[in-house]
Design a protein around this ligand. Structure first.
Ligand code: HEM
Length: 135
């Protein structure tokens, strides 16, 4: 049987935003070495990515809350809920680290906060799939 239309829209928006927030970071990390040494181009790439990434992050938060209500999170068992709360913690960490990354002036700060942003986002994505496949 086909999934109801609104469920498809909800998951489509959640996954589209996740693919930009998570996949965009991986693609950017892959492109930056090609323009290293040219600070103007590196900065321009990072700024343009920020314009896509932050709206995607807020779409993730909004559709994430929509997911919680759609799957009746309060009726899930405690293991499922624990994974969800850990996932939400990782999402908030990813946003905070991304913000600190944009404010960093040192290359160590950029590297540390950039890595924390990407790793926590990847872990959140992994947990999202755990949640969706155990509904
Ligand atoms: C970095 C941010 C996030 C990423 C990368 C992410 C990724 C994902 C992915 C890939 C899925 C699986 C969808 C599927 O295959 O059906 C998912 C499901 C889910 N996500 Fe997220 N998510 C993020 C943020 C959030 C937030 C902030 C919340 C809650 C406020 C949330 C709640 C959920 C729930 C409840 C599901 C299960 C939905 C269902 O089974 O219908 N997510 N997430």
């Amino acid at each position: 049987m086909l999934t109801p239309f609104l469920t498809t829209v909800r998951l489509f928006l959640h996954i589209l935003a996740a693919s930009i927030w998570v996949g965009g970071q991986i693609v950017l990390a892959g492109l930056v070495p090609a323009v290293r040494g040219n600070a103007t181009v590196t900065k321009a790439l990072a700024n343009q990515f920020n314009r896509l990434a932050w709206p995607s992050y807020f779409v993730l938060l909004a559709t994430g809350v929509w997911n919680m209500f759609a799957v009746h999170f309060w009726a899930m068992d405690s293991a499922w809920q624990t994974v969800l709360w850990i996932k939400i913690g990782l999402v908030l960490l990813s946003g905070l680290a991304a913000w600190l990354h944009t404010k960093s002036k040192s290359s160590a700060g950029l590297a540390v906060w950039g890595s924390v942003t990407a790793l926590s986002a990847l872990a959140a994505m992994f947990m999202g799939i755990m949640l969706a496949t155990s509904v």
